[in-house]
Each structure stands twice: as C-alpha cells, then as structure tokens.
Write a protein that binds this ligand. Structure first.
Ligand code: UD1
Length: 432
C-alpha cells in the first residue's frame, strides 16, 4: 500500500503537461479490437485503469505491443474469446466498453459487471436497452452481462439520460450493425467525440458526435488506423484548481481550452485569472478568492469529475458556496475526510453548503475514490504542516505520475510505502 505525504503551504508555480484522456482512452482501446488489422494509439495515459484494460484485451487474445509508455499497437485479429472477466477488470468501469465492441464485431460478448469508483448507484440499463434495440438479447447471469445477436440492425434509440457510457457503447455496436442508428439525447462529452473520431478513422460512418443526435451508418468492417487521444480535461482541471488553491501561477500545457470552459468560468467567477492560449491555460491566483454556486451537469455543464476538487477550493474561499451534485448521489464522501483538516462543509442530500475557512491544517486522510483523492491532495498542498493521503491506488487509476508532476511545479510531495514506519520521518527530515 502506498501513500502520499505532502507538506503544504507552497504556491505552485511553473509548467505542467497534461496526458491523454483516460475516459476517452478506455473507449478507444475497446474500439481498437473491432478491426482485425493493427491499430496504433498515441497519447495513451499510463494509468492503472488503462493498463488493466490493456492486460484484459491481451487475455482475450489480441496482440498488444507497447512501443513506448504512451503508444500502443493493438491487433484484434487474434482474439479467441469473447469472455471478459478477471479480478482487476471487475474493479474498473471502462470494462463495459468491451460489450459494445465485441458485440459489434462478433455479435457475442460476455463481460463481467462493471466496477469503478463507489460514487453512487451506477446502472447500465441504458446500455442494455440500446443493445436490445439493435437486436441483441441481453442476460445478466453470475455477475456477467451476456449479449448476443444473430445480427445487429440499426435502430432509433432515445436515451433517458445523456449517459456517456451508454452513448459510446451503443455507438460502437451500431458502427458494425446493418443500416442506420440514431441516438437521441446522446452525451456530448469530448471523449464521446474522440471515440467517434477514432471509429471514423477506422472506417466507421458516425455523424453528429458532440451534439444531442448521433447518426451512425453501419459498415461491414473496420480497418487499421493511427490515432492520438485528446488531452485529459479532468487532469487539466485538477491542476488548474491546485494552482488556484495554493495561490500559484501555473501554465498547464497540452490542453484544449474549449473543453475546460466550465471550469475556467467558475474559477474566473471566484477571482482566479485564467489566460487561454491555443493549447495551454495559465492560472494565476494572488488574492483571497470568493464564493459561488455549482451544479454538476452533463457536458458542456460543470463536470461531476471536477466537483470534489472545486468544492475543496471553495472550502478555503471567502463566503458560503453551494455545490449541487446532480449526477451521482454518493459523491460527497470525501467531505468527512476534509473536515479533519478544518473545513466547514455541511452535506444535505445532493447539496453541500460550503462555509469558507481561512486555513487548513495537515492531517492523515484517506482517498475514498479517484477524484475525491485528488481533492484531498489539493487540500494537503494548501494546509499548514504535513498531510498523509492514504489509498493512493484510487488516485493512480486516473492520474499519471501525480506526485512527480506536482513536484515539477514546486509541491513538496512524495509517494511513500505505508509499511515503512520511517518513511514519514525521512520525508520530514528531507523537507525540513
Ligand atoms: C462516465 C465517466 C465518469 C464520469 C461520468 C459522468 C468513464 C469510464 N467514466 O461514467 O468518470 O463521472 O461519465 O461524466 O468514462 N445512468 C443510468 N443508466 C445507465 C447509465 C447511466 O441511469 O445505463 C445515469 C447514471 O446513474 C448517472 C448518469 O446517467 O446519473 C450519467 O452516467 P454516465 O454518463 O453513464 O456515467 P458513466 O459512464 O458511469
């Protein structure tokens, strides 16, 4: 087990570069097996969820060659099984994309029920309804989702909620169905567009990704492609918030500023200066920041995956902020951990009432999930004294070299072995 140890109180400054989007990569890697030819994926983030998916793709027979840390070649022609199940894949959410990918290609897929962060009930009924509309029969047995079809036929599908996962999954299966599929009330997130662009680069015919209505004309087969994944909007947003919270001055490179607009707008509203360049943003905070109201919404609204980080920032701003979580009902668990550091946040249902405090003090806290873990690190960077964040394996699901990147912009932060009784002491001696 590993932990982060942080000595807070330093303003972050300098430049940090953002990696490829984890949630786009999960869809793209699954889609890559839909052709028998070799696909090259670039700008792949080297994070735990991605590595688990790659390992699983290899287990079902695909050839997976990592040419370097951020580039992988996948050949789906050698796949010998449509059964996806192992101890690691059960814990990640993106496993569900293999359902759409394998169903589309082989008209048969058996995939373990998806795991992922425990942020609330995460049904997959819309994915299933979509597959059924395309003509598949779907059963859930012994923890596995089994989807099969004689053939898939294009259909008109209306999603009750603009689900990212359901949109991508249906898009993948429909890419190799007969005839036209129309997905209405589709999710518009940048990673939906990225997966659609990738499928199109393999010969799919998908139009309208990024709008409410996606039209997919099924094709017979897909072919080889080389594709570079978009930058991770949430990793970028996390560094933006860390810069603002520590009263820093950080330039965040390799981003698409348009994807960050909802985050940029909220930061600007509370008094942070955000300068946008072609592929970078500079975040400067040099005064006490103010309060605001936030409601998480599907893209282009404020992303739920940035809610814990922004709430943490608001906890040390002037005044009272209101944060409403409208996507997942269990996404305020980190608030109890933050309280150990001196925050004043009251959660009522899906709303957090955040009374800004003047300062935080370091404490031992535990990451309850991926994004909440990143939020606790931000709190540690701000707090006076030392903070230990336990359960960093959650954070490593989605952030590559998090402590190293934080150090590059001036943070005093290290990853230590929880079993090493002297590790905390050694860090304190080193940092002073
Ligand atoms: C994805 C992201 C996650 C992000 C979320 C919202 C991945 C691997 N994960 O999760 O990081 O927080 O989008 O941006 O990409 N819903 C249903 N039925 C379904 C599917 C979803 O009711 O079949 C509901 C969910 O409970 C939730 C909402 O729709 O309230 C959005 O969920 P969805 O967009 O599907 O999220 P995930 O794909 O699980």
């Amino acid at each position: 087990m590993e932990q982060y140890i942080i000595k807070g109180g330093k303003a972050l400054a300098g430049e940090v570069s953002i990696g490829g989007a984890k949630n786009a990569a999960l869809g793209i890697l699954a889609a890559a097996v839909m052709t028998d030819e070799t696909v090259t994926i670039e700008n792949l983030p080297d994070v735990r969820d991605i590595n688990v998916l790659l390992q699983t793709i290899e287990e079902i027979g695909a050839r997976v060659e990592r040419s370097d840390r951020h580039t992988v070649k996948i050949t789906g022609g050698t796949i010998h099984s449509v059964v996806v199940d192992n101890d690691l894949i059960r814990k990640i959410r993106g496993s569900y994309y293999l359902l759409g990918a394998l169903l589309g290609k082989y008209k048969n897929a058996q995939v373990t029920f998806p795991g992922g962060c425990n942020i609330g009930s995460r049904p997959i009924d819309l994915h299933i309804k979509g597959f059924e509309a395309l003509g598949a029969s779907v059963k859930i047995q012994h923890g596995m989702i089994q989807a099969e079809a004689e053939k898939l036929t294009g259909a008109h599908i209306y999603l009750d909620m603009a689900s990212v996962g359901a949109t991508i999954n249906i898009m993948m299966a429909a890419a190799l169905a007969e005839g036209q599929t129309i997905i209405e009330n589709a999710a518009k997130e940048p990673h939906v567009v990225d997966v659609a662009n990738f499928l199109n680069s393999m010969g799919a015919e998908i139009k309208g990704a990024g709008t409410d209505v996606i039209r997919i004309k099924g094709v017979m087969k897909l072919h080889a492609s080389t594709y570079s994944i978009i930058p991770d909007q949430i990793e970028a947003g996390t560094f933006m918030v860390a810069a603002a919270a520590t009263k820093g001055d950080v330039t965040i490179r390799n981003v698409i500023p348009k994807h960050l607009e909802a985050i940029t707008a909220k930061l600007a509203e509370i008094g942070v200066e955000v300068e946008e360049y072609d592929d970078a943003v500079r975040v400067v905070a040099n005064k006490r920041l103010g309060h605001t109201q936030i409601k998480t919404l599907p893209y282009p609204g404020f992303p739920t995956d940035m809610q814990p980080q922004l709430t943490t920032l608001l906890a040390i701003c002037d005044g009272t902020s209101i944060v409403t979580e409208s996507m997942f009902e269990n996404r305020f668990k980190y608030v109890d951990e933050l309280a150990r550091m001196g925050t004043s946040i009251k959660v009522e249902g899906n709303t957090a009432i955040v009374d800004g405090v003047k300062e935080l003090t370091g404490a031992r806290v535990s990451a309850p999930d991926l994004r909440a873990g990143a939020a606790l690190v931000i709190a540690g960077l701000v707090a006076e004294g030392y903070t230990v964040v336990e359960q960093v394996e959650f954070i490593e699901r989605g952030y590559e070299c998090f402590e190293q990147k934080m150090r590059e912009i001036g943070a005093s932060m290290e990853k230590i072995d929880a079993e090493d009784a002297r590790a905390v002491q050694k860090f304190k001696l080193k940092i002073g």
